[in-house]
Design a protein around this ligand. Structure first.
Ligand SMILES: CC(C)(COP(=O)(O)OP(=O)(O)OC[C@H]1O[C@@H](n2cnc3c(N)ncnc32)[C@H](O)[C@@H]1OP(=O)(O)O)[C@@H](O)C(=O)NCCC(=O)NCCS
Length: 166
């Protein structure tokens, strides 16, 4: 049975840290964009699993930018927090930082928004706990997530109608 008690974002907030190794890098010695995308998906999914305690699928990943390269030997830090929870879907924000191991200099390199949908083993959608919004900042974050959700659903409709005519 799903646990539907409302939860705070702090209960599922997730931080992942790893060192960038040569195997993760392109010939310039910078981490591959695809590797960063993979880590974003994992960090976001962990936070959402902690919120829902159900199986999840990724429904959408919003446009992603890479502001600075992260080089071999640096740390990559991913901070994920749930920003809004609806009936069966939820949004998570994942911020990515680089940290130079020798100086501690930290820079934000990406911010991503992902939507996950809660399902059971048969693929049926299942309800999720609400997100507790205590502070003005949390309410503002959730209101912004509502706007992004509306944009995503519009984009999804457009893609569906375009693929139906192809
Ligand atoms: C995502 C998926 C489960 C949606 O199922 P569906 O039955 O078509 O979706 P519905 O239109 O009934 O919407 C279900 C929920 O998902 C949300 N949703 C669906 N598509 C979405 C999108 N593109 N962006 C944001 N939210 C979306 C809806 O808002 C709704 O949320 P709510 O219950 O909280 O209101 C389905 O499209 C799917 O399985 N996609 C493939 C997922 C996948 O394989 N991901 C990669 C590997 S994990």
């Amino acid at each position: 049975m799903p646990q539907l008690e409302p939860k705070r974002a702090s209960e599922s907030a997730t931080e992942m840290v790893q060192v960038v190794l040569p195997n993760d890098a392109n010939p310039l010695g910078f981490i591959l964009g695809g590797t960063v995308m993979h880590l974003i998906d994992i960090a976001g999914a962990i936070a959402c699993h902690r919120h829902t305690r159900t199986l999840l699928v990724t429904a959408a990943v919003d446009g992603l930018q890479f502001l600075h390269p992260i080089k071999v030997g640096d740390l990559i830090i991913l901070k994920a927090r749930v920003t809004a929870a609806w009936s069966t879907s939820l949004e998570v924000e994942v911020e990515v930082f680089s940290e130079e191991t020798l100086t501690g200099v930290r820079r934000m390199t990406s911010r991503a928004y992902l939507t996950f949908v809660s399902i059971d083993r048969e693929g049926r959608r299942i309800p999720i706990p609400a997100l507790v919004l205590d502070t003005a900042e949390e309410r503002q974050r959730a209101a912004e997530a509502d706007q992004r959700r509306a944009e995503r659903l519009k984009a999804r409709k457009e893609l569906e109608s375009r693929s139906a005519t192809d």
